[in-house]
Design a protein around this ligand. Sequence first.
Ligand SMILES: Cc1cc2nc3c(=O)[nH]c(=O)nc-3n(C[C@H](O)[C@H](O)[C@H](O)COP(=O)(O)OP(=O)(O)OC[C@H]3O[C@@H](n4cnc5c(N)ncnc54)[C@H](O)[C@@H]3O)c2cc1C
Length: 312
Amino acid sequence: MNMNKDVLIIGGGPAGMAAAIWCQRLGIDHLLIEKNEKLGGQLFHIHNKVIDYPGVLANNGKDIQQSFVSHLEDLGCQFLVSTSIERLDMNEKRALVNHQGKKYSITFQYLIAATGSSPKRLDVPGEKEMIERKEVYSATKDASKFNNKRVAVIGGGDRAFEGALILAEHGAFVYLIHRSTRFRARDEYVKPVLNHSNIVLLTNTVITKIIGKHHVTAVEVMTNDQKKLLEVDGVFIRIGGKPNSELISSFVKTDLDGYVIVDEHCRTSHENIFAIGDVCMRPLYSSIVTSASHGMIAAKHISLLMKDNQNH
Ligand SMILES: Cc1cc2nc3c(=O)[nH]c(=O)nc-3n(C[C@H](O)[C@H](O)[C@H](O)COP(=O)(O)OP(=O)(O)OC[C@H]3O[C@@H](n4cnc5c(N)ncnc54)[C@H](O)[C@@H]3O)c2cc1C
């Protein structure tokens, strides 16, 4: 089956969902495509309270996800889940998509990339196996599993320091491992971490291997060329994120870390491609509210371009 849409939105996180809402509001024929079974993106990874999205005090990201999705459904926004893009042809402005084994060709005038970001990996032996065994934990949700156990938390930012504190407060013994002696974490986390009796901070230290056949049993670390083993029951990798820009990176300019470069209207270097949310926003400023606002800006700007095109 073939389809033709004025706007194709790729990615159903907060940015893509906001773009769909604004397309609907502005009367733009649109389709949002999400590869996962449900819309929501990183909202599913937020297990703590969300207190910084105006008008909503939510117990977790899933609560916000539900209200976003109901909003889209109530307005009649067009979206497909469990749908992946197999190929993008920008000469023909065509996407080849696979929806549950069925292939569609979708042509479009404008593409909005809202593909978000993913956690960075360590790229060390044992990490892939650990992730495949689903030993990926949330400090907030899973802390009680590590009471009286040893864990390694890796990173030097807020998420690593906050995670180490939560785990230590729940009775875990924490090795907080960071590759340098400088931390990006806020003072409100750094001071309590340094003073916590259950946290050992290992600086100038990198993880070289994650060990364990059926579950994690230890990590190999290296400090100043000296390797040693630390027995642990869990590993929390908190070294930041990377933009999911692979799909469009051959068509648009990105910076050295792969973030798509956009102007104030979320326009990329390709006149038919817009990028919104975490795929173009570094972690310091990434949030639900920034992603949603990008969705509005891109949809509005596209509506103006479409009006201009009609008038010429
Ligand atoms: C643990 C955690 C806690 C957080 N806490 C907060 C908080 O308290 N407050 C706050 O404001 N922000 C918080 N954030 C950040 C916030 O969740 C993100 O900034 C926001 O979700 C980014 O939205 P996005 O739509 O740009 O991307 P994402 O949420 O990453 O969504 C991108 C979507 O695109 C889909 N996708 C990717 N590639 C393709 C493709 N090729 N085809 C189809 N679909 C694709 C993905 O499956 C995903 O669903 C938190 C994030 C995390 C991880």
